[in-house]
Write a protein that binds this ligand. Structure first.
Ligand code: C2E
Ligand code: MG
Ligand code: MG
Ligand code: MG
Length: 274
């Protein structure tokens, strides 16, 4: 196939490859520095609980503005961090920030739950329970204010790894809630629903995007909400960008919403706690 494409293409292909490689290497190099200087920041995106109409939780999202690379979005940063092992440090950093912030809001009399995204690699260390407990202890943060998001891909792999299930169960026992993120994006397995302690589902934004235009996404979202109800699992819709989507999700019985229509991810000081 390569030969058919001719020499010119081979050269440009390998150039593109080389570029991608050196970009990765550069990200890795700069990331070591950034972690060392604690140059990463956290933005918080509010979620509205539809039974009260109030913000009851926020999702912590990593942000990195590098002097050389400029803004490096999580979709570029996280894969590099996972490959290089630096995801452990990012995970610790995010956990600590979340616990510090949740404890602060709680002390101010306006408790707010914070969810943190996690990577399966953090659990493969067999160190996650200790890591989470240390972060909670350090800031005197009540465990029930912390939620941990795992992706469907994570869940699919974890269902056959006893040590990961054990750590999740221990953390759940401590009062931490697990959210299944990006629900519906290709790894749906009902086996892990049986094995893993999942209390909330986050419907992936791709389903919300098509909600009003097409019949199928609407039926799927309706089905996912019904599934959540029958399992006693709270359902959050992610990527809500319009009032029409919000209204329809309410009608379909969704429990909570998150998205640009409610708020972009913002600094902690901008979260308006009612
Ligand atoms: P995610 O966990 O599914 O997070 C939601 C993403 O959707 C965020 O992108 C958020 O800014 C974006 N978003 C929120 N509302 C809307 C909306 O209404 N419309 C659209 N189009 N997008 C919306 P972000 O911050 O770029 O993060 C991308 C992904 O990177 C996250 O997806 C998560 O998987 C990962 N990530 C972010 N922070 C961390 C972290 O600290 N640790 C780990 N392991 N992964 C992270
Ligand atoms: Mg998430
Ligand atoms: Mg998601
Ligand atoms: Mg996503």
């Amino acid at each position: 196939k390569v030969q058919q494409e001719g020499g010119g293409n081979i050269v440009s292909l390998s150039q593109a490859n080389h570029k991608a490689l050196s970009k990765k290497a550069l990200i890795e190099k700069r990331l070591i520095e950034a972690l060392h200087h604690k140059d990463l920041t956290v933005m918080y995106q509010p979620q509205i609980d539809l039974s009260t109409g109030k913000i009851d939780a926020v999702e912590a999202l990593v942000r990195w503005e590098d002097a050389v690379l400029g803004t490096v979005p999580p979709n570029e940063l996280i894969p590099v961090a996972e490959e290089s092992g630096m995801i452990h440090d990012i995970g610790s950093f995010m956990l600590e920030k979340a616990c510090e912030q949740a404890a602060l809001w709680s002390r101010n009399g306006k408790p707010m739950k914070i969810s943190v995204n996690s990577s399966i690699r953090e659990f493969r260390d067999n160190n996650m329970v200790k890591k989470v407990r240390q972060a909670l202890d350090k800031y005197n943060c009540p465990a029930h204010l912390l939620k941990i998001e795992i992706t469907e891909k994570f869940a699919l792999e974890a269902e056959s790894e006893q040590s990961i299930i054990r750590q999740m169960l221990q953390l759940q026992n401590d009062g931490i809630v697990f959210i299944l993120d990006d629900f519906g994006t290709g790894y749906a397995s009902f086996r892990y629903m049986q094995l893993l302690p999942i209390s909330e589902l986050k419907i992936d934004q791709s389903f919300i995007a098509g909600l009003l235009q097409q019949e199928k996404p609407q039926k799927l979202v309706h089905g996912m909400i019904q599934f959540g109800k029958s399992m006693d699992i709270r359902v959050i819709a992610e990527g809500v960008e319009t009032k029409e989507q919000l209204d329809l999700l309410k009608k379909l019985g969704c429990d909570a919403v998150q998205g640009f229509y409610i708020s972009y991810p913002v600094a902690a000081s901008e979260i308006d706690i009612q």
